[in-house]
Design a protein around this ligand. Structure first.
Ligand SMILES: Nc1ncnc2c1ncn2[C@@H]1O[C@H](COP(=O)(O)OP(=O)(O)OP(=O)(O)O)[C@@H](O)[C@H]1O
Ligand SMILES: O=C(O)[C@@H](O)C(=O)CO
Length: 415
């Protein structure tokens, strides 16, 4: 097997996000759920995306999982390794982006890489090393209230310096405007000056295309799916082919939403005017859960099988999230909610659900892992970065939606 690109994604929605950009640019891609056997992967696969749940777990675990993924991708022959994290750089002061990047550099015997979360098509841009979300600095966007990784600084240079062992330089927009060679020279200078990481500015896809070419020969790159798409476009034509696709199933569907992002809150509010919706009673889950799953499943089975898919959501605004976290603890709340969605998903698939939309990366990771899904074939996007994916065993089609992706009517659009 001669895989060109091996991607280590720190969550499942991030995995489908970058897989979707690779497929859209003609790269034959398979997405694996965690570490899986390579036996059933066809010889013409050009990119393998390994989705992990390593964004918010303890640093040591995140490193261990990422190094296992690296070994798998090296075995598959991957020439370039891409560490995919969120376009909003979701992390804490302890990591996990910095420590995982360091561990991957060491394991590859490299001492320099790039940091490029920008995804202009979804409003994430980087200017002078500061990350913006739809024109608002990251720390002033809805990400400041994230339940697990609240982002309170917008400076990627400071964030990397705080989480990692080396120093961080910057390749600013002015240099990128001067083209691929200027970027190559800037990277060489930053490396020679002893930096371990270079933050790459990008305001639009034209900038990303320059960057995709400039980093084509690097053994390790890190960033978001925007850079992933640009790297795909920079591959020789021989590595690219027909866009693989499948027609999404049309059977019964459900939407599970565990994301509390601003966009998911808007999407849930929109869907409440359109289809059957059930708000998860999180207090009940954390105090007297006995019988609760059965009640939710009974509600689901009472909904008409034609028409809009039922939505089951824990999605809430920042005040409610803070109340729950103060009352029960932050990790405890997340675990209870993720565990609930995982159990419900297992039951619904056993009962024959064909299509499942899951909102939120952590939530998607819990659901996919609980379902024992080995991997996915990647289909057409519903919105930029949110494709339909089909389990490799063909059991069910899923749309794993990153928290802030999609337009307000995403849940009806997906149907
Ligand atoms: N009402 C709630 N109160 C507290 N925590 C919640 C609530 N609803 C969901 N959560 C937890 O918040 C976390 C949301 O993370 P998740 O990754 O699923 O969404 P996201 O961060 O918006 O998505 P993405 O990572 O794709 O951007 C999960 O751990 C989830 O269980
Ligand atoms: O990069 C993004 O924004 C997404 O793919 C993501 O990682 C959400 O969890």
């Amino acid at each position: 097997m001669g895989v060109r690109l091996g991607v280590i994604a720190d969550d499942f929605t991030g995995g489908t996000d970058i897989a979707s950009f690779l497929v859209a640019n003609g790269v034959k891609t398979i997405q694996l759920s965690g570490i899986q056997s390579l036996d059933s992967i066809a010889d013409d696969v050009q990119a393998i995306v390994v989705s992990l749940k390593s964004r918010s777990n303890p640093v040591d675990e995140a490193i261990e999982q990422s190094l296992q993924a690296l070994e798998l991708l090296k075995t598959a022959g991957a020439r370039q390794i891409f560490f995919k994290y969120c376009s909003t750089f979701d992390s804490t002061s302890r990591g996990n982006i910095g420590p995982v990047t360091d561990a991957l550099l060491d394991a590859l015997d490299e001492n320099f890489t790039v940091v490029c979360p920008a995804l202009p098509v979804n409003g994430r841009t980087t200017y002078q090393g500061y990350l913006f979300v739809n024109g608002v600095p990251l720390h002033e966007s809805g990400m400041r209230d994230h339940p697990v990784t609240p982002m309170t600084d917008s400076s990627l240079v400071r964030l990397m310096d705080g989480q990692s062992t080396g120093t961080t330089g910057l390749v600013p927009v002015d240099t990128i405007e001067r083209g691929r060679e200027a970027v190559g020279e800037a990277l060489a200078e930053l490396k020679a000056a002893g930096n371990r990481y270079a933050v790459l500015d990008a305001l639009n896809d034209r900038h990303l295309d320059v960057l995709g070419e400039a980093v084509a020969q690097m053994r390790l790159v890190t960033g978001g799916s925007g850079l992933g798409g640009a790297i795909a476009r920079a591959l020789p034509e021989t590595a690219r082919g027909e866009r693989s696709s499948f027609t999404p199933k049309t059977g019964s569907a459900v939407i599970l939403s565990g994301s509390c992002s601003v966009m998911t809150n808007d999407q849930v509010a929109d869907y409440m005017t359109k289809g059957p919706c059930l708000a998860v009673d999180v207090d009940r889950l954390l105090t007297s859960p006995t019988g609760y799953d059965a009640e939710v499943l009974a509600w689901f089975s009472e909904q008409p099988s034609t028409g809009r898919a039922p939505l089951i959501f824990a999605t809430a605004g920042p005040e409610e999230v803070q109340r729950l976290q103060r009352t029960y603890g932050s990790a405890e709340s997340s675990q209870a909610i993720e565990g609930f969605f995982a159990r419900i998903a297992i039951r619904l698939v056993q009962d024959g659900i064909q299509r499942m939309v899951v909102a939120g990366g952590e939530t998607s990771g819990s659901v996919t892992t609980a379902l024992g899904i080995a991997g996915f074939e990647v289909g057409e996007p519903i919105a930029p970065g949110v494709p339909w994916v089909r389990t490799l065993d063909g059991r069910v089609d899923l749309a794993l939606k990153s928290g802030n992706f999609g337009t307000v009517d995403f849940f009806s659009q997906a149907q």
